[in-house]
Write a protein that binds this ligand. Sequence first.
Ligand SMILES: C[S@@+](CC[C@H](N)C(=O)[O-])C[C@H]1O[C@@H](n2cnc3c(N)ncnc32)[C@H](O)[C@@H]1O
Length: 205
Amino acid sequence: MIPDLPGNIADIKGFLAGDEASALYRHALQASQLGPVLEIGSYCGKSTIYLGLACRRNNATVFALDHHRGSEEHQRGEYFHDPDLYDSGEGVMDTFREFRRNIRNAGLDDTVVPIVAGSEAASRQWHTPLSMVFIDGGHSLDAALTDYRCWTAHLMRDGILAIHDLFEDAFEGGQAPWAIYRMAVASGLFEDIGRVNSLGVLRRL
Ligand SMILES: C[S@@+](CC[C@H](N)C(=O)[O-])C[C@H]1O[C@@H](n2cnc3c(N)ncnc32)[C@H](O)[C@@H]1O
């Protein structure tokens, strides 16, 4: 049971299963005692709310990084496109308005700090140690490698690296998250502390 979960959580658009959401909350609750959490890929804020509720209990911050233009699979004509999130005036996806609404309704405006930028651009001047990095951004190999290289370097010792959408079998889903997960394990820098559905969780040694 997660305290203060908004009543409309099931209606918030997103891509997170219930067991994955609970695991994110649990890890963020422990990790955020050490420092801020950073999420790459917030979309409409579903995962951000779970991370935010955990961080709020420790007076910690979630940096919620997303350019809010959608990933490849969210663009017009693609499988996960949602026309409600398309700005036809500008001709682009725009999830930021919906994200802000959901964060405000969840009472998390003082906990969640949005960073509306691409992952690589946001990382260039970053110097703050992070207690947890949750990677759920672009799923091309290039995007996933960028997220891994730009952000895991900022994880503090004992910090948590969580990666979403791990599919060992290519028939079940894209292979980029699985590739960076295997890279992290092979690096010897992380200890595997469990899998929940498609969420892999590692601890920085
Ligand atoms: C799968 S969705 C995230 C789902 C979200 N975590 C949830 O709980 O529903 C991926 C998000 O990553 C963002 N994204 C993709 N590539 C990005 C990049 N290079 N930099 C920043 N955000 C990116 C997209 O805009 C999209 O909102």
